[in-house]
Design a protein around this ligand. Structure first.
Ligand SMILES: *Cc1c(COP(=O)(O)O)cnc(C)c1O
Length: 473
């Protein structure tokens, strides 16, 4: 494809994207497809002859797009907001168009240096002190794995350079709670900790926040049994109910013992840009690492997960491989982000944040987040006023967890009812919500926070729920 052919095709693609975004509300939130339905429309053998870009766009429109769950739809309340602000999409285009290769500072000096500047802007906007050093990882799952590896090597004084875990006479222990995201357990297993040494610390029954006294007891018990407490992963905004583990108390228990504290704020970290919400993260300054995803509520298109570290030099020692062909003449001076995580090659992800922050501006983003906080409180209040509805977890941020409990319904019957009404809403395509387990019973999470969701969409949701839960004639 020549630059001129690209120009023509790209203009058409951009128009198509803008049109789709403009009329997102006219489409169902969830595609009405069964597994295999999309792949069945595609040829099973690779394309034999080249076609015009217009033909590809036509198939994108006719086959692919109808198979996409519209997470930018204002009636999408599933999982978490996965906003893709159009300003950040421009940055993503720019990254693709530049076609840079990020494997070292020298392979694209601007890629490294814009990233350094932008992650530091975000550090300032989230109220973190200047002792934090940041990097963009692909996802919070990767950031958690990186934290686990760094903690493991700190606890073992870099055993990776000699015997690895095989030379260790004490098992290494990880502490988190049952509320932690599945990626925490996955990271612990991949980092070699072993399922037997993942401790799920008790939570407060109402808030589901980790109990620091239970953490202290678990650490003491492991020490007494000659095991090595290595890392605590604190959830700052858990996926299920937005529980906030008390970071200040966790740090007070862990830091004196040399136990690494990683704060997983993947979803809720966006709230750090609101000074009035920072109390939820009290004690953060004492942690060793933090990650949060601008690619969720904040509005940067996937993938963009910020990770901040207190001691990047330690991480670099763990991650650096430095083969001769990558050795930089600027070595020692320039940042080499390949040594801050697992992949060698990186995209110019910083451009997404650069575009978004410059075009949308932080104040507009803050206003939107505050709108969502207000909307969630308003919605919770409506549920509390309605007969038969219960709000089953504190509304810390923008997620409202509910059950519909008609008279006398309990146990398995209540579960059947919950799954039945939520399925009816979701298959209608009018709205999308995620069912989730709480105390071994189903409940439904209403995650507010799509960029286009306004109060009127919540009013519409309440109408839909009223219909879906009313006894069928
Ligand atoms: C979404 C989420 C994750 C996983 O994020 P990825 O970037 O998709 O890996 C981890 N932890 C929490 C609390 C989350 O909300």
């Amino acid at each position: 494809m020549t630059p001129d052919e690209f120009r023509a095709a790209a203009h058409e693609l951009v128009d198509w994207i803008a049109d789709r975004r403009a009329d997102v509300e006219s489409r169902p939130v969830r595609p009405n497809v069964v597994p295999g339905e999309i792949s069945a429309q595609l040829p099973t053998t690779p394309p034999a002859v080249p076609v015009d870009a217009r033909e590809v766009l036509s198939d994108l429109d006719g086959i692919v797009a109808p198979g996409v769950t519209e997470v930018q739809h204002p009636m999408h309340f599933g999982w978490f907001p996965s906003n893709a602000s159009l300003s950040s999409v421009l940055g993503d285009f720019a990254s693709s168009g530049l076609g840079s290769l990020g494997i070292s500072w020298e392979s694209s000096p601007a890629l490294t240096e814009v990233e350094e500047v932008v992650v530091d802007w975000l550090r300032q906007l989230t109220g973190l002190d200047a002792g934090w050093h940041g990097v963009i990882q692909d996802t919070a799952s990767s950031a958690c794995l990186v934290a686990m590896l760094a903690a493991r090597e700190r606890a073992t004084d870099h055993l990776q350079t000699t015997t690895g875990l095989g030379g260790l006479d004490q098992p290494l222990c990880v502490y988190t709670t049952s509320e932690a995201h599945s990626s925490v357990r996955k990271a612990a297993l991949l980092a070699g900790f072993g399922a037997d040494f993942i401790r799920l610390i008790d939570v407060d029954p109402t808030t589901r926040d980790m109990r620091a006294d239970a953490l202290a007891a678990a650490i003491a018990a492991d020490r007494a049994a000659d095991r090595r407490p290595t890392i605590v992963v604190a959830s700052a905004g858990s996926t299920g109910t937005t529980a906030f583990d008390p970071i200040d108390e966790i740090v007070a228990v862990s830091a004196p013992q040399g136990v690494w504290v990683h704060v997983d704020a993947a979803m809720a970290g966006s709230a750090l840009v609101l000074p009035e919400m920072r109390h939820l993260f009290d004690g953060l300054e004492g942690a060793d690492s933090l990650s949060w995803n601008p690619h969720k509520w904040f509005g940067t298109i996937l993938d963009c997960s910020l990770m901040y570290l207190r001691d990047p030099d330690h991480l670099i020692r763990v991650m650096s491989t430095n083969p001769s062909y990558l050795r930089s003449t600027a070595g020692g001076e320039a940042t080499q982000y390949r040594d801050w995580g697992i992949p060698l090659g990186r995209r110019f992800r910083a451009l997404k944040l650069w575009y978004q922050l410059r075009i949308d501006g932080i104040e507009a983003i803050r206003t939107r987040l505050r709108r969502d906080l207000d909307n969630a409180q308003w919605l919770a209040e409506q549920f509390r006023l309605l007969p038969e509805w219960e709000v089953v977890a504190p509304v810390r941020l923008q997620t409202v967890c509910v059950r519909h409990r008609p008279d006398g319904l309990d146990g398995d019957d209540l579960d059947t009812h919950t799954l039945d009404w939520v399925r009816r809403v979701n298959t209608s395509g009018s709205a999308f919500l995620s069912p989730s387990m709480l105390d071994d019973r189903w409940m439904v999470r209403v995650s507010v926070g799509v960029e286009s969701t306004e109060r009127r969409h919540l009013e519409r949701l309440l109408e839909l729920l009223s219909t879906a839960t009313s006894p069928r004639s």
